[in-house]
Design a protein around this ligand. Structure first.
Ligand SMILES: *Cc1c(COP(=O)(O)O)cnc(C)c1O
Length: 395
């Protein structure tokens, strides 16, 4: 690998040269079942014909003009996302961290409008919101923050899935203006909160005049079985952030808002040169059309259930396996020990998986998996986890 790349990733020694559906091919002619999808990005798999056609057409027509002019595909994407999610306005950017930055700026403007000089956003332990200074501050992991002090002011932290802790904050922290929370912790280890958690957060936000801001960057775009995870509940947030699967690999993020939150920005408050350009928006529109046409959120729900049951059948009760859990195509196998080694073992077997929060095997497969591929995934991952645990016992 080039020594001219900054040392930000410990990369695995494999070079992918081509992808097709749920499969990646490396420079040595080996193929791999991709159960990570570029970290929840390639929900429609690799080289999807609908995305390819839309991109080729748009690249040959118009890629970029800047937001100084009207952009019809951007407007169309905003109309579609807001209609499908019960929101009112969209701001487009280029990544998840930027979408959360927009949300945090909305919360601060909203606070200042209410006469709050030091507006504070409640964030969660175990949360991941990105790597910019504000979003790494919002992230609930010291590893992400260490060395980047001074952190950004205006955040207070609560344990995840703990409504009582939020109530205590409401009583003791007068400057709170918003809660920023993931419907399921992704990087934090596929942690699924109680069924009534989001409703409880919504009720408290209503009572306190706080904005409810959902980070759906990993859970969104059909991953949990609905376009956004909050749609499994009666809750409607004030702000939703999206990125990852929104462009299926073309960088695009979105911050959606409704009500007062949708009316905070005025020209000059926020912007992005690339954000919402015709190429990225065309990709996202093709993603949305494909999700709807092929009912892929429904397929994600069904396949996710099947994979979850398959993994539970084979792994529950195995010594060293603490819990197998999932929400659609977001699946986690929590072990009782660090298991980063499994990523390399899987690679050798032609399987791409991830380990997060040290002990949780994370699967974020594309929704276009066939039944056979899903079965292959269940079998492959179960065997690997068992081999890993057996080898640990022998050592
Ligand atoms: C990946 C992720 C982000 C950050 O997205 P980037 O595109 O890497 O900036 C933020 N929030 C959640 C929940 C994520 O999973």
């Amino acid at each position: 690998m080039s020594e001219h790349l900054m040392n930000t990733y410990a990369r695995l020694p494999v070079r992918f040269v081509r992808g097709e559906g749920a499969w990646l091919h490396d420079s040595e002619g080996r193929k791999y079942l991709d159960a990570l999808g570029g970290i929840a990005v390639c929900a429609l798999g690799h080289a999807h014909p609908a995305i390819r056609e839309a991109l080729c057409d748009q690249a040959g027509t118009l890629m970029h003009t800047s937001n100084l002019y009207e952009i019809p595909v951007q407007a169309e994407l905003a109309d579609r996302l807001t209609a499908d999610l019960g929101m009112e306005r969209a701001f487009f950017c280029n990544s998840g961290a930027e979408a959360n930055e927009a949300a945090i700026k909305i919360a601060r403007l909203y606070g200042h409008r209410r006469g709050i000089d030091l507006p504070t956003v409640v964030v969660m332990e175990g949360a991941f919101h990105g790597r910019t200074l504000a979003t790494l501050t919002a992230t609930g992991s010291r590893r992400v923050q260490a060395g980047f002090e001074p952190l950004v002011q205006g955040f207070v932290r609560a344990p995840y899935n703990d409504l009582e802790a939020l109530r205590v904050i409401a009583e003791n922290s007068p400057g709170v203006v918003a809660v920023l929370v993931e419907p399921v912790l992704g990087e934090g280890g596929i942690v699924i909160p109680d069924d009534d958690y989001l409703e409880g957060v919504r009720a408290l936000c209503d009572e306190q005049g706080w904005l409810m801001m959902l980070d759906e960057i990993q859970t969104g775009m059909g991953r949990t079985g609905r376009l956004c995870a909050f749609q499994h509940t009666p809750v409607r947030p004030d702000v939703v952030t999206l990125a990852k699967a929104l462009g299926n690999g073309v960088p695009i993020g979105a911050c959606l808002a409704r009500g007062e939150a949708a009316e905070t920005f005025a020209p000059g408050n926020h912007g992005s040169t690339f954000g919402g350009n015709p190429l990225a928006c065309r990709a996202a529109l093709a993603v949305m059309e494909t999700l709807e046409k092929d009912n892929l959120p429904g397929r994600a729900a069904e396949l996710g259930r099947r994979i979850l049951h398959g993994l539970r059948d084979r792994l529950e009760g195995v010594e060293g396996v603490k819990e197998v859990r999932g929400a659609g195509m977001m699946l986690g196998i929590e072990l009782d020990r660090p298991c980063g080694e499994l990523v390399r073992m899987a690679l050798q077997e032609g399987l791409l998986i991830n380990v997060t929060a040290e002990r949780v095997v994370r699967l974020l497969p594309p929704y276009i998996l066939t039944d056979d591929e899903a079965e292959q995934l269940v079998q492959g991952v179960s065997d690997l986890v068992k081999d890993f645990l057996a080898q640990e016992r022998a050592a």
